[in-house]
Design a protein around this ligand. Structure first.
Ligand SMILES: *Cc1c(COP(=O)(O)O)cnc(C)c1O
Length: 429
């Protein structure tokens, strides 16, 4: 028997946690003041290197002919089977041997991949989703893009793709919108938004199951329909007993593609029964976790008469740490203090059913970038239905509406707030 000496950097019992921690520690921007001390962010986890890091200042620009495509209305853009993107996209390629290449802003179009590319076989993919808003004051804004950029880095590292300084990603997102914002989200469309989708994939054309030595990060911007006010509210159906979205020790907390494809089977089944999304429960206890690909909130009264806003906790890493969720929790703690108690804890579907029987449920909503803050009117669980009030208007409850207005006002510039990041546009049309 031969003994090989492997550097014992981390204990095998908690490989994922310590591996991620040490990789994140290599990312200067996630680790303190954001000042890059090394070029370590060019690695995908082995050792820091002196290869080029992702650098937005190196952006190469090839502009599309702006007269080639006209801008549809949101309704037109969302009526077909294809997502309609703006004129440009950003791509940045990475190789283990040469680090990050200069990012490119270029006309929107297909990517070229070998059939043996890692992502097509092993789901080495992660993504982000954020919106850009045309304010009522004419300005273009992102909402807390730093949170998306940092989460993207975490997801990227979780699937062994190369790290980067999240600030550079944020600058690239801003750049894409500075170029495409004036035409695709013009000042004549205040109160509208586009959806920005950064993604990263392993592109190495080799079928061995291994951390990709080649990767591509890309960013597109597209139309997305408004989904925050479905007629009659969002209706949730709990997951089938034999299917869960995520598990302790899994990767439910990362925005990796592998979390979403397998959930579609249950979602389709629920749709056929007239429900919009799955309320994902976890474990024999039936802990409430998320609603589809959104976080889930309940407002209820406790047995001793307190009004509580409750949502699942982050600590067991089952759920996605949503930017919308975080913003709701922070604003509710600040602006509803004394009126509503905000709790992040595990709670079960049985507690929800009991609260319903006792008439203690006040409101419920789903929260995420795509659905924004969307009132929930019904939860169906194994033959029992919980009907939830949609407030005096029949459209949205009191607290749901307050939170939604506060955050919406920041997004559309009605309230000046550090969460609303204004983009300097290239040329207004
Ligand atoms: C993206 C996502 C959310 C919402 O996150 P936001 O940052 O608010 O958009 C919630 N849950 C899941 C599973 C998600 O993928």
């Amino acid at each position: 028997m031969t003994t090989t000496t492997v550097p014992q950097k981390r204990r095998a019992e908690d490989l994922t946690a310590t591996a991620l921690e040490s990789k994140i520690a290599e990312q200067p921007a996630l680790n303190g003041n954001g000042v890059a001390t090394t070029n370590g962010h060019a690695t995908n986890g082995t050792t820091p290197s002196s290869l080029p890091a992702l650098d937005a200042s190196q952006l190469k620009i090839t502009l599309a002919d702006p007269t080639l495509r006209s801008v549809p209305t949101v309704e037109e853009a969302c009526s077909g089977l294809e997502t309609i993107c703006t004129d440009h996209m950003i791509t940045c390629s990475w190789k283990a041997s040469s680090g990050w290449a200069a990012p490119e802003l270029k006309p929107y179009g297909p990517l070229s991949l070998m059939p043996t590319a890692s992502v097509l076989h092993y789901a080495t993919e992660c993504f982000e989703g954020l919106k850009v808003f045309r304010g009522y004051d004419g300005k273009l804004r992102l909402f807390r893009p730093d949170c998306n950029a940092r989460r993207m880095l975490m997801s990227t590292l979780r699937i062994s793709l190369p790290g980067f300084d999240p600030k550079q990603l944020e600058i690239l997102i801003e750049k894409l919108m500075a170029v495409d914002g004036p035409k695709w989200l013009p000042e004549s469309r205040p109160g509208q938004f586009l959806y920005i989708r950064p993604a990263a994939i392993g592109t190495q054309p080799q079928l061995g199951v291994q951390a990709p030595k080649e990767a591509l990060l890309f960013i597109t911007a597209s139309f997305m329909p408004r989904m925050d006010l479905p007629k009659g509210g969002m209706k949730l159906h709990t997951n089938p007993e034999d299917m869960i979205r995520a598990w302790v020790g899994g990767f439910g907390y990362a925005k990796v593609g592998a979390n979403y494809g397998p959930s579609l089977l249950a979602t389709n089944e629920a749709r056929e029964r007239g429900f919009g999304q799955i309320l994902w429960l976890y474990g024999p206890e039936g802990y409430c976790t998320e609603a589809g690909a959104s976080n889930f909130f309940l407002v209820w009264r406790t047995k001793d008469g307190k009004t509580q806003l409750i949502t699942a906790p982050l600590d067991d890493k089952l759920i996605l740490d949503g930017v919308t969720r975080r913003s709701i929790v922070e604003l509710a703690r600040e602006r509803l203090a004394g009126e509503v108690e905000v709790v992040e804890r595990k709670y079960t579907i049985d507690e929800v059913l009991e609260a319903d029987r006792e008439g203690r449920i006040v409101e419920a909503f789903a929260a995420g970038t795509a659905f924004f803050i969307c009132p929930v009117s019904q939860i169906h669980h194994r033959g029992t239905d919980v009907h939830i009030s949609m407030g005096k208007t029949g459209e949205i409850g009191h607290y749901t509406s307050k939170l939604k207005n506060w955050i919406g006002d920041i997004m559309y510039g009605k309230e000046q707030h550090p969460w609303g990041v204004v983009i300097e546009e290239e040329k207004k049309q």
